[in-house]
Design a protein around this ligand. Structure first.
Ligand SMILES: [Zn+2]
Length: 385
């Protein structure tokens, strides 16, 4: 019935499908109007999309509309399944969803020691959990995208901070393991794609991931800006202080030497003489008006704002979205960053916490695989709204 589920959808077909997704319900006549494709082409393309089970026909107004009943076309979001994975330093998050990103199941491994030796076994255990009792769909799982913190170019990991991934051809190993196509992309880029696809109506936005590293995912005119070698948006390696702290990249004074979560945690741990530190402990101290923590977060906000200011001046986004456990638990931290944007252009740009309640990179990973399967690049889905 289906010759290949991974064939590239041709451009007109992708355009029609995207329009149906956007409009939710649309007639063939309206499709022809808005896409400027003639009625015969629209009819042929929708016939194919119906045969491929990617769209459904819905009759409306049957009870009280006189005359010919219009047939509306809708997207069949339950035609296929997608997996998103986010590999962290000590965690693996995973989600299984339908073709519109609506969640079927999620699974998290937290505070896990991931090593070269147990890595693939851990990935297997996450996938096994996610794929227990799969819902019946026409296509089954059409792809999995993996988010990692590091430099990625065309599904190849160029460099990563995770020891457990060094000297592993991640994509080749995963593709050999699973019978669906696997992609890999940078975590900050995927977070930006997740925000673009699921949470925002903007075409230009920047998502700043503040974790063990600092990365900016840049969406420009609806497309991810990764640069020729995939390292565009490595905000952590922009220079904050000339001749400052030495960085592994070869420079001195990089932003990441002053305010990754790792640096923030260890400096606060030392300053407050704490036995243990995490985002909950810092949030608690902050909200108890601990002067040291408030002052330190004020400084970190200033540093981050300089990095964000510089990025805004380069890309002029409509929105900056922060993705971090710290900003989630201390919303005032976002306000401090916003207040440090004093430049007349940058201060007009809103800085907000991610509206996605759980891991935006996972949603970006899901969106990445859906985009490839449908061959639609500027895809907006509203399953989270
Ligand atoms: Zn650096």
């Amino acid at each position: 019935m289906i010759s290949s589920k991974y064939t590239i959808r041709e451009q007109n077909e992708a355009q029609i499908l995207n329009q149906i997704i956007k409009e939710k319900e649309i007639s063939r006549a309206k499709l022809s109007q808005v896409t400027s494709l003639n009625k015969a082409s629209v009819s042929a393309i929708t016939k194919k999309l119906l045969a491929d089970h990617l769209i459904l026909e819905k009759r409306i107004g049957e009870l009280n509309t006189p005359g010919r009943k219009p047939i509306m076309l809708t997207f069949n979001n339950k035609a296929a399944l997608v997996i998103g994975l986010d590999l962290g330093y000590n965690y693996i998050d995973g989600m299984l969803s339908f073709l519109d990103g609506s969640e079927i199941r999620r699974f998290q491994l937290t505070e896990t020691t991931i090593t070269k030796e147990n890595f693939f076994q851990l990935v297997d255990s996450v996938i096994t959990e996610l794929t227990l009792q799969l819902p019946q769909t026409v296509y089954g799982i059409i792809g999995m995208t993996v988010a990692i913190q590091g430099q990625v170019l065309h599904d190849k990991v160029i460099s990563t901070a995770y020891d457990y991934l060094t000297d592993i051809d991640l994509i080749q190993e995963l593709n050999a393991k699973f019978d669906f196509p696997v992609n890999v992309e940078n975590e900050a880029n995927l977070s930006a794609l997740g925000e673009y696809t699921f949470s925002s109506h903007f075409e230009n936005l920047i998502s700043v991931s503040l974790h063990n590293s600092i990365g900016a995912g840049i969406v420009k005119n609806g497309k991810l800006e990764i640069g020729k070698k995939g390292y565009a948006g490595q905000l952590g390696h922009t220079i904050l202080f000339p001749d400052g702290r030495k960085c592994g990249c070869g420079n001195h004074g990089c932003l990441k030497q002053y305010c990754t979560t790792q640096v923030i945690y260890s400096e606060i741990k030392q300053a407050k003489n704490l036995a243990k530190v995490n985002s909950d402990i810092i949030a608690e101290l902050y909200h108890q008006n601990d002067e040291t923590v408030q002052k330190m977060l004020g400084d970190y906000a200033k540093y981050l704002a300089i990095g964000i200011n510089n990025t805004i001046m380069l890309y002029a986004p409509e929105l900056v979205i922060l993705n971090s456990a710290l900003t989630k638990k201390i919303p005032e931290f976002v306000t401090m960053i916003q207040n440090n944007l004093k430049n007349q252009f940058a201060k007009e740009v809103n800085v907000i916490n991610s509206p996605i309640s759980w891991n935006p990179a996972i949603y970006g990973a899901i969106a990445f695989s859906i985009q490839r399967f449908l061959n639609i690049e500027q895809l907006k889905l509203d399953s989270l709204k």
